[in-house]
Write a protein that binds this ligand. Structure first.
Ligand SMILES: Cc1cc2nc3c(=O)[nH]c(=O)nc-3n(C[C@H](O)[C@H](O)[C@H](O)COP(=O)(O)O)c2cc1C
Length: 182
């Protein structure tokens, strides 16, 4: 198979996930790793499977990724899988955590899901994990989302460790499962 992993990453978190996926896909396939700005939509036609990754910005996939996804034609010949990193809560936890997660990264999931409904794409699912925030984003999250100092201390200590080894292994498993399905 011919596989492309393309991604938007400003501070390197999503790039780490892209590299982990590429490590798996390049074992037995012709696999390419490219930043999204280097890829034209018509280039995708030569691939069987395209992984599209992004940082989460303003609760959704980052703008360059959104613009890229919009250009994907209806019923693309290639299968698509998604991945993204974000710096707020994962959806695991009580109702408040779930709501915060939905508010601050839920659109990323919805945007990927739309590829199925709106583009009739063969969408293989998405992978997500947390990523260490840049300092301004760290301040924004503390000032706006997690204001309680005790809760913040626990949260930021943990989120700064991501993507960690476990995230990398999970991303590899995500890629391997998709390959096995083909
Ligand atoms: C402008 C901007 C907006 C962001 N908005 C969100 C957000 O709404 N929700 C969230 O969970 N993380 C948000 N983040 C944090 C990033 O999604 C997170 O740090 C991500 O791992 C960065 O990926 P990268 O290193 O590949 O660029 C934002 C980051 C930036 C720079």
């Amino acid at each position: 198979m011919k596989i492309l992993i393309t991604y938007f990453s400003q501070t390197g978190n999503t790039e780490k996930i892209a590299e982990a996926i590429h490590e798996i896909t390049s074992k037995n396939h012709e696999s390419y790793l490219k930043r999204i700005k280097k890829v034209k939509i018509k280039d995708l036609d030569e691939f069987d499977l395209v992984f599209i990754g992004s940082a989460c910005h303003d609760s959704d996939l980052a703008k360059p990724t959104l613009r890229f996804l919009k250009k994907i034609p209806d019923s693309p010949k290639y299968a698509i899988a998604g991945f993204y990193t974000h710096s707020t809560y994962l959806p695991e936890g009580d109702d408040r955590i779930k709501k915060l997660s939905e508010k601050w990264s839920g659109k990323c999931n919805a945007t990927f899901e739309e590829l199925k409904k709106e583009k009739n794409a063969n969408f293989k699912g998405y992978f997500r994990c947390q990523g260490i925030p840049s300092l301004p984003i760290e301040k924004f999250i503390h000032n706006t989302i997690i204001k309680d100092d005790e809760e913040w201390a626990v949260f930021i200590e943990e989120v700064k460790k991501h993507p960690n080894e476990n995230d990398i292994e999970n991303a590899k498993k995500f890629a391997q499962d998709i390959l096995n399905e083909f």
